[in-house]
Design a protein around this ligand. Structure first.
Ligand code: UD1
Length: 420
């Protein structure tokens, strides 16, 4: 197993550029199949989850080529609507192809994604929305066998929770539907706006993305488009947390500070100096960190669940007691037992973590059980005294491009040790 070998307690210092947002690039790649013309997606990060999406595109008959950070998708050769189990299991978000395949081909068969490391992760809202559009979905033997009798039909869909994935899946399905679709209580994440912008560049008529009501006038046909993916706000939060935890100073460039509006006040509350331009964030953590009374993860524009773990790692070193309430996923404190090995003082009771700051963490051999847990352990190891090893890099590779070299450039003493 590969691991990061990290010698901690080096202040991070310098400039870092962000890569594109994984959670934007994935639904946009799925959306490229809605027309039969070529699309070019720029700022598409080189991550294993993105590779998994490209593998699915190729399996169903698209030609996919990568040129640096750009991915060119030619969907003219699409010849099948099924996605085999092994490709579905590579990445849970493969379910996002359901709406796009249903709209483009009128039929699709994919395996049920099942649970994941964050808990049950049901897809009932995805299926509810797609059924409202007229898709017939048979759930049998762990498969979702879907057919659309003719073109899908616009509908009013009220989500009981603003699920990001369900909002995206419904959007992908309804842009080619007959008539108007209204998605009420839609997710408002920046990634939804990015997807809508790409779809509109392809000729779709999507209004209201970024608000809780999205209205889509179905069009009979889309064309391809060239689009640049937004910067990754969670990767930005991770670098900021790493700089803060090491008492460092960092300038995060090519980012959109507006997307971190609920995250940046936490750093300020912790005693960091934060200042932004339109596309950069400067953070300096020269004072000892202070605890933050309470952080509650919420749908956007609330504090994102994906930033919870890396910021908890930072707060484990803050003077005083911080409380973190995880409202989005049931099983998202898996980094905590590993952080305890490093000397953190954190108590978890259901959805609540009470983080009592310690004056220092010490080194340990720790295992990342999911993507953001991995990010948290890297932040903790960078701040800890001594030499740590972080395992489970396959999770980290899903969402962070060249994390080791990026952090090395900021002065971190870390290397990736490859399995013999
Ligand atoms: C997306 C992000 C993920 C982020 C999450 C919340 C991608 C690829 N992933 O995941 O990084 O942590 O948003 O911001 O974009 N739920 C249901 N039924 C459903 C769908 C969701 O009960 O049909 C529940 C989930 O179990 C979870 C909550 O809703 O408790 C939020 O899930 P959702 O917003 O759908 O997250 P994802 O789209 O899976």
């Amino acid at each position: 197993m590969d691991c990061y070998h990290i010698i901690g307690q080096n202040r991070l210092n310098g400039k870092v550029c962000l890569h594109g947002a994984k959670n934007s690039a994935l639904p946009i790649l799925a959306a490229t199949i809605l027309s039969n013309k070529q699309s070019v997606i720029h700022n598409c990060p080189q991550l294993t989850d993105i590779k998994a999406a490209c593998d699915i595109l190729e399996y169903i008959g698209c030609t996919v080529t990568r040129q640096g950070q750009s991915v060119v998708v030619d969907p003219s050769g699409i010849c099948r609507g099924d996605i085999p189990d092994n490709l579905m299991r590579e990445m849970r978000s493969s379910i996002i192809f359901l709406g796009a395949l249903a709209a483009r081909l009128g039929k699709t068969c994919v395996s049920f994604p099942g649970g994941c490391e964050l808990g049950a992760r049901p897809i009932d809202l995805h299926l509810f929305g797609l059924r409202k559009l007229g898709l017939i979905i048979n759930e049998e033997h762990g498969l979702l066998d879907c057919t659309a009798p003719g073109r899908l039909k616009g509908a009013k869909i009220v989500l009981s929770f603003p699920s990001v994935g369900a909002t995206e899946n419904i959007l992908l399905a309804c842009v080619l539907a007959q008539g108007t679709t209204t998605i009420a209580n839609a997710a408002r994440e920046p990634e939804i706006i990015d997807l809508a912008n790409y779809l509109n560049a392809c000729g779709a008529q999507v209004r209201g993305a970024g608000s809780d009501t999205i209205v889509v006038e179905g069009v009979p046909k889309l064309h391809g488009a060239e689009h640049s993916v937004i910067p990754d706000r969670i990767v930005a939060a991770t670098y900021l947390a790493a700089a803060a935890a090491t008492g460092g100073e960092v300038l995060v460039q090519d980012c959109c500070p507006l997307h971190l509006e609920s995250i940046l006040p936490v750093f300020e509350h912790a005693g960091c100096v934060v200042s932004c331009t339109q596309n950069s964030i400067y953070l300096s953590a020269k004072q000892p960190l202070k605890a933050v009374p309470v952080i509650r993860t919420l749908p956007y524009p609330g504090f994102p669940t994906d930033a919870q773990a890396p910021l908890m790692a930072m707060l484990s070193l803050a003077q005083g007691t911080s409380v973190i309430v995880e409202n989005i996923f049931e099983n998202r404190f898996k980094h905590v037992p590993e952080m305890l090995k490093m000397g953190a003082d954190i108590k978890v009771e259901g959805r609540v973590a009470v983080v009592s700051g310690v004056s220092r963490l010490h080194s340990a051999k720790v295992y990342a059980s999911d993507l953001r847990a991995g990010a948290a352990l890297v932040v903790a190891a960078l701040a800890a005294q001594g030499e740590s090893e972080v395992y489970g890099l396959s999770h980290i590779d899903r969402g962070y491009e060249n994390l080791d070299t990026t952090l090395q450039n900021l002065g971190a003493r870390m290397i990736r040790k490859y399995e013999e």
